[in-house]
Design a protein around this ligand. Structure first.
Ligand code: NAD
Ligand code: UDX
Length: 439
């Protein structure tokens, strides 16, 4: 079985590389020649731990190749994964133009049976649209070749993408015909571990599962953020509360960390898209709308703490910001709370000096329009003569800084920690004014 992956971004590149790692021959297509060029040169266009070595190894073994040639890529794979972006439209619904363009390209060039797999996160009903797009382009050619459309949403997390893909909790496959079901089962056979990981279901349920899972996780985060804010008023410590809650196996410890709001390329857009899908079908998802609203407010939580300390006018103030990426171990800046925070500080007249161990380059690209924002080359340099330090992303390197050096660099020992990295009592002992989230 040979595999084509259409779209060589975070999901496509990880999918293609991990499938090659298990022995499949994989061809990755992208319409962005810059990305394909980087890959052909032996680099990777994103930061993802462990991925570059795995790409090199599989290219060297002759199992993994990259191309911008659509005809070549369609001819290559028996299975065609669509892993292109599905960004939010103006009304929040998923923009399907890239998915449908990929589908039409398959229809335009295929010459034999193909299993077409929607790996992108797409609203319920998209498999039908993909089917129609392929059928239409085939008809334009006067062809009536057979093909199947399968939904196989991806659950990987950036920063842990390889492990998530290689050792999945589950592989959700939505499929309506036996031929494609058999091929998909065979395709994922190398990923079975001590028990069955593949969950076969109907296509619409698979499509909805992806949104439902992300919406549930986003809900937990907004819930914890609101509780954290309440804990502050009540004199309780959300970290103690989190442990007390998480120890109930029905609740569990994962995704209970309060912070500066969820960001990234998935939660914000998928919550919006599900709310919109529901609206179009006559349902008002009140819980989820509140999740989104709470998240928008949470992104400004740290700024409000700064204002409570310095007043509304921040002109003449300088703030150091540690962390730009929406979470550690990625250079992804999509929907990063750091942007909202820097924008608001800057709007109020403050200067912001930011440091991130890997996302600076990407941040310069997407935050270049923010006035009074500059980027430091190392974490201590960012602190020089700053009125306070704001911690926005919980990179490991921020966990145990030289606090004496931090104190010496700052104008005053003042830290606003959006990720609860330190023990408040310890920080006070070290002479810091320390403001965290929910404690
Ligand atoms: P991305 O923007 O990193 O990559 C998408 C790639 O597709 C780009 O390189 C783009 O140039 C390419 N592309 C667009 N149209 C194309 C076409 N017609 N033919 C070939 N290539 C084309 O996006 P991503 O983060 O990998 O996300 C892809 C999908 O997977 C989205 O639907 C997303 O919601 C979903 N998803 C993402 C993650 C994640 O953590 N990033 C996790 C799970 C699911
Ligand atoms: C998410 C889903 O976890 C993954 O299953 C899906 O395939 C894609 O979307 P990702 O966006 O890579 O993955 O990052 P994730 O680790 O889920 O974090 C998302 C956001 O939530 C980040 O901004 C993170 O800081 C925030 N978060 C996460 C919290 O604020 N608290 C938590 O407890 C967990």
């Amino acid at each position: 079985m040979k595999i084509t992956v259409i779209g060589t971004g975070y999901v496509g590149l990880v999918t293609g590389t991990c499938l090659a790692e298990t022995g499949y021959h994989v061809c990755c297509l992208d319409v962005d020649p810059r990305k394909i060029e980087i890959l052909k040169q032996g680099g990777i266009p994103i930061f993802e731990p462990g991925l570059e070595d795995m790409v090199r190894r599989n290219v060297a073994a002759g199992r993994l190749s990259f191309t911008t040639d659509i005809a070549e890529s369609v001819a290559f794979g028996d299975v065609q994964f669509i892993a292109v972006g599905t960004p939010p439209d103006e009304d929040g619904s998923a923009d399907l133009q890239y998915v449908l363009a990929a589908a039409r390209n398959i229809g335009r060039h295929m010459t034999d049976y193909k299993v077409i797999v929607d790996k992108s996160t797409v609203p319920v009903g998209t498999a039908d649209l993909v089917k129609a797009a392929v059928a239409e382009t085939l008809a334009e050619r006067g062809e009536s070749l057979e093909f199947s459309v399968v939904s196989n949403p991806e659950f990987l997390k950036e920063g842990a993408a390889i492990d998530d893909f290689m050792r999945p909790d589950r592989v959700v496959i939505g499929v309506d015909d036996e031929r494609a079901a058999a091929m998909m089962r065979r395709l994922y056979a190398p990923f079975q571990r001590n028990h069955e990981r593949v969950l076969l279901m109907d296509v619409r349920s698979a499509e909805l599962t992806k949104y439902a899972a992300n919406a549930m996780l986003a809900t937990r985060i907004s819930f914890m953020n609101e509780l954290a804010n309440l804990a502050e008023s009540l004199g309780a410590d959300i970290e103690q509360v989190r442990l007390g809650m998480g120890s109930d196996p029905r609740i569990g410890y994962h995704f209970l960390y309060p912070g500066v709001g969820y960001g990234g390329s998935c939660f914000p857009k998928d919550v919006k898209a599900l709310v919109q899908t529901a609206k179009e079908n006559g349902h008002d998802l009140r819980v989820l709308s509140a999740v989104e609203e709470a998240n928008d407010l949470q992104k400004l939580r740290l700024v409000h703490k700064v204002l409570a300390r310095f007043g509304d006018d921040l002109s003449g103030r300088r703030f150091a910001m540690w962390g730009l990426a929406f979470k550690p171990n990625t250079d992804d800046m999509r929907e990063a709370p750091s942007r909202v925070i820097a924008e608001e500080l800057s709007r109020r007249g403050a200067e912001v000096v930011a440091f991130d161990p890997v996302a600076t380059h990407e941040a310069q690209r997407v935050m270049g329009d923010i006035a009074h924002l500059s980027f430091a080359d190392d974490m201590m340099a960012a602190l020089q003569q700053a009125d306070a330090l704001l911690i926005v992303t919980e990179w490991k390197m921020f966990r145990a800084p030289d606090l004496d050096a931090v104190k010496r660099a700052l104008k005053q020992p003042l830290v606003f920690d959006g990720r609860n990295m330190y023990d408040p009592a310890w920080m006070r002992e070290q002479g810091f004014d320390y403001f965290a989230i929910g404690r």
